[in-house]
Design a protein around this ligand. Sequence first.
Ligand SMILES: Cc1cc2nc3c(=O)[nH]c(=O)nc-3n(C[C@H](O)[C@H](O)[C@H](O)COP(=O)(O)OP(=O)(O)OC[C@H]3O[C@@H](n4cnc5c(N)ncnc54)[C@H](O)[C@@H]3O)c2cc1C
Length: 377
Amino acid sequence: MDKFEICIVGAGVIGLSIAYELSKRSKEGCSKIVILEQESSFGQHTSSRNSEVIHAGIYYATGTLKAQLCLSGKELLYQHCKNFNIGHKRIEKLIVAQGNEENDLQAIRIKAEENGLHDLRWVDASELRQMEPAVRAQSALLSPSTGIIDSHGYMESLLALAEQAGVIYAPRTKVKKIIPQDKGFDVATDISSGNLTESYMFHSGRLINAAGLDAQAVAHSIEGYLQGPIPPLHLCKGDYFSYSGKCPFQRLIYPIPPANTKSLGIHATIDMAGQLRFGPDTKYIDEINYNIDPTKAGEFAEIIADYFPTIQANQLQPAYSGIRPKIVADGMPAGDFVIQKGEEFGMDGLLQLYGMESPALTSSLAIAALVADSLEI
Ligand SMILES: Cc1cc2nc3c(=O)[nH]c(=O)nc-3n(C[C@H](O)[C@H](O)[C@H](O)COP(=O)(O)OP(=O)(O)OC[C@H]3O[C@@H](n4cnc5c(N)ncnc54)[C@H](O)[C@@H]3O)c2cc1C
């Protein structure tokens, strides 16, 4: 049976960042590290279905992994983009408040300060009119360190760098079952090629579960693993609509986040090509589906009109949707990232990541460093 030292399940931005981080730390080359992806290419799920925003680290509960890793991950990500010529822009973001929401803006600023983010700046109505004439609001907070990124280019760079260092990348390879051994794991996979599927089993000393929306399913496929520590999965879908016509904004425009803790609210984000899109909304769903109901354009326009009054529903076209792998149910306080070591539950060499929702793209390099530290690599 083929033997590897480390197997990473899932080539989304988290699995790829971990592969890259391990490849940097490995002294003897990485030919014994393998990253498996069930799809024909990397990053086909949540990692290519998001706002592509480099978050500043504003909103998250103080002391959580989200708060810490967003702040440190943001710096690492900007540096990586610079080092490897990845498309990105410190475009800035405005969180806009209508008349009765100024206290909410203050609270956001205090939370950001508590999290160690000290660069938010207050903007009054007249300055706001000059900065963003198309926006209607009474005041705003400006976040100068918020940016946008070409997420595909970023993932491509991570994979290329890891492969250059010797990491083996196996697309079309789905993990079906994991059988713990005295030391390490036997991993049963299905490799697909056209209409053919072949079974392939190998041994890995350690196993990292970075399977995103399928992280719980992969955990459940580990023979004899305690079911207790596997957090529940709550799928929370977010749709995006693109705006036809020239983008009227210079910066990203966000409303005050709704009090429901599910999301940051339907915001205006601009991609590296200058295309404006609005989203994501929030809807808890029972199974993965990425369809968008085009009739929702009217509902979106009504919400967006709060800060962009000239919006018309017929300027909005369904773009794409993404699904947040939440570990808490609707109505519960926001969950944190979970990075769980198997040895705490009697299974050495196992590390599993759950609840990798926003801001995990921003935090990805910091998450990868934490994973490598906790594996003592
Ligand atoms: C609507 C939305 C907006 C967001 N906006 C932002 C943002 O602006 N900024 C930000 O920082 N974050 C954002 N995020 C969060 C970010 O996109 C995700 O946290 C991140 O992409 C998660 O990456 P991942 O690698 O964990 O998951 P994924 O990208 O889903 O990767 C997991 C991979 O595992 C593979 N896999 C699953 N099961 C198996 C198996 N059995 N065998 C082999 N492979 C398997 C899958 O095919 C997949 O490719 C957003 C998320 C959503 C949903």
